[in-house]
Design a protein around this ligand. Structure first.
Ligand code: NAD
Length: 592
């Protein structure tokens, strides 16, 4: 997706001529995208393309950048006041009668904070989505508070952000930044972005980069010191604000935004595991959040578009992170899978509930919608069936999109000594518990990797993965394999922003006991054992909702191996520090 097909016009204002590009139907709500440093409007090309079927998308090169002309002289030509004049000139040209929805990244966000907090733009801005660029006024107050009322924590925060701002000091030195950008740095920048930020090569950065970066140094010189020293006391937002925080931002600390609700009441917060250049690395997620926020502030009056319907904001404690994301859970018809589907639904995620049992999958999807999922679908598939899984992956990608979080959870129980376990028993348990996970990772993981916008895979293993038992040879082997597969895949995908977690619960009160197969006994004895184990698990009474919570937390924190339940945590510790004790316990006949 590029700016191809965009309509261009020039807007004259304050001695400069701005290059403005427009996409989409002008009768739709207008979204204005403001780029940062050292960028031009093309940084938005991926996001703009995704928004254009619903919105009138407007991008402009900030003065001195891209194909906009530079002020003469440069010094004093980039003040926030002048940048506000430019924004108003663009807004008046492209949307004279309706307020616009503003989106800013980096310095585009810094200046947009000015637009949305000064009186003369009141009524012209319908909403503001900010990413990786704080208000200099808020930043100034943040520093003052830490200097005037220092606590060890506050001083730590100050030093932390101070260290991340090294480039700001450099940009204040005369001439050097210009020489660097027009010389070696300008040449190497695309490679640096690719290596350090994982920004894919393409139509960005553009050839104007050295000039953009040299001119843009004045954004800092004209504003930063003056504003941080004397921040405006009344920098309150007069439009609703959505804050998108990439958690791996090398330039900005999350703590900067701690007090933001004071300046922007009703603030909507979003977080994502990514680095600074999210318009390039996470365009799908940004387009979805921008769409959602604009829709919420247009009273829902947004055209349907091709990118799926507009999503609603979730309410759970993880809504910041999962709202609008696509989550697929296998074995979602019961127990841990169902509880996990519900937890993601509560966080506002779109849920695909997969189970071999059609009715229970449908029920999960129906309840997920009631709980808060903006959309939920049921899919009936046996995860061990390679072709059925291939079809599912194709359908999901075609109809719902690329999955952001995949939970390979479907599994079956099998108990019995090694010699009682038949080859058919082995095949069955490995087919579902291991091959089901392999198919899921292979098919949906590949789509995630190919999209190049990160994601997360959760595999439900078990404490049995590291705790041997003489009565669970096949089940434990399948789970140990899932654990190792998860670790290997985690290593392979780490460079692509895709996390992999293995969840290892102990005894959880679900249906698994009543469907588990007991090898080597007749049907009556099997029924009796199922009943007995169900009773035992019932007495233990560890709810699947707690496992679901651990799953969401594991995704948020990108945890590798997560033992859930005290007995699983204990066994995990023993497996590392006292494996002999576990081996001794493995010989004990369990009370089933
Ligand atoms: P459950 O029986 O309540 O739910 C499992 C779901 O998976 C069911 O809805 C079932 O229809 C579905 N399923 C089974 N085979 C399938 C297949 N081939 N294709 C599609 N769907 C299939 O069990 P649960 O306890 O919620 O188990 C979920 C996962 O947690 C399993 O992998 C299990 O091994 C693991 N686990 C459970 C416990 C526990 O104590 N319950 C402990 C550790 C690990």
């Amino acid at each position: 997706m590029t700016l191809e097909g965009a309509r261009e016009r020039r807007v004259r204002t304050g001695g400069v001529e701005l290059c403005v590009a427009e996409l989409g139907d002008t009768s739709n709500p207008t979204v204005v995208l403001v780029h940062g440093y050292p960028d031009s409007k093309e940084v938005w090309s991926e996001v703009a393309g995704r928004l254009a079927d619903r919105f009138h998308v407007v991008l402009y090169d900030v003065r001195g950048h891209g194909r906009s002309t530079a002020p003469q002289p440069l010094r004093g030509g980039f003040t926030l006041e002048k940048l506000t004049d430019d924004f108003l000139a663009v807004a008046d040209a492209v949307s004279p009668d309706r307020p616009v929805h503003l989106v800013g990244h980096d310095w585009g966000s810094v200046q947009s904070w000015e637009f949305v907090t000064v009186g003369r733009t009141e009524g012209r801005i319908a909403s503001f989505t900010s990413m990786s660029g704080p208000s200099l006024d808020h930043f100034g107050h943040w520093i003052n508070k830490r200097l005037t009322r220092p606590t060890p924590r506050r001083v730590g925060q100050l030093l932390g952000q101070g260290a991340k701002s090294w480039y700001v000091y450099l940009l204040h030195t005369p001439v050097l930044p210009e020489l660097a950008w027009r010389g070696p740095l300008g040449k190497r920048w695309p490679k640096i972005l690719e290596r350090a930020e994982k920004v894919p090569r393409g139509d960005y950065p553009t050839s104007s980069l050295p000039t953009d970066a040299a001119h843009g140094a004045w954004l800092y010189r004209d504003n930063v010191r003056a504003r941080l020293r004397r921040p405006r006391p009344d920098a309150y937002a007069h439009a609703p604000v959505q804050l998108v925080t990439p958690l791996g931002d090398a330039f900005l600390s999350e703590r900067l935004y701690d007090d933001l609700e004071l300046w922007a009441p009703g603030l909507v917060r979003r977080t994502l595991p990514a680095k600074h250049w999210i318009p390039r690395t996470r365009p799908d997620q940004l387009a979805s959040w921008i769409t959602e926020f604009v829709a919420a502030n247009e009273g829902g009056a947004v055209p349907a578009g091709e990118g799926g319907p507009v999503t609603a904001t979730g309410t759970g404690k993880y809504a910041e992170r999962f709202g609008g994301q696509l989550v697929l859970v296998t074995g979602a018809g019961s127990g841990i899978g169902r509880a996990t589907a519900f937890a993601f639904a509560e966080a506002g995620a779109r849920v695909v509930a997969v189970d071999r049992d059609a009715e229970s999958a449908a029920r999960t999807a129906e309840l997920a919608r009631l709980i808060g999922a903006p959309e939920a679908w049921a899919e009936t598939v046996d995860v061990s069936d390679e072709q059925a899984m291939e079809k599912l992956a194709e359908k999901v990608a075609g109809e719902y999109g690329v999955v952001d979080v995949l939970v390979n959870n479907a599994g079956i129980g099998l108990s019995g000594s090694f010699f009682d376990t038949t080859p058919e028993d082995w095949k069955k348990v490995l087919d579902v518990n291991l091959w089901g996970v392999i198919h899921g990772c292979r098919l949906f993981g590949k789509q995630m990797a190919e999209r190049g916008q990160g994601g997360h895979i959760v595999n439900t293993a078990s404490a049995a993965a590291f705790q041997p038992s003489k009565v669970l040879p096949a089940y434990s082997t399948s789970k140990a394999a899932v654990l190792m597969l998860s670790e290997c895949l985690r290593a392979e995908l780490s460079g692509q922003g895709i996390g992999v977690s293995a969840i290892c619960p102990g005894l959880v009160n679900t249906n698994i006991t009543s469907t588990a197969h007991f090898a080597g006994v007749d049907a009556d004895e099997e029924k009796r054992r199922q009943k007995r184990s169900a009773r035992l698990y019932g007495l233990r009474n560890y709810p699947p909702e707690k496992v679901a919570d651990a799953i969401l937390r594991a995704v948020v924190r990108n945890e590798a191996v997560v033992p859930v339940t005290p007995e699983a945590r204990g066994a995990h510790l023993l497996s590392r520090f006292a494996p002999r004790a576990l081996r001794a316990m493995a010989r004990v006949e369990p009370p089933l």
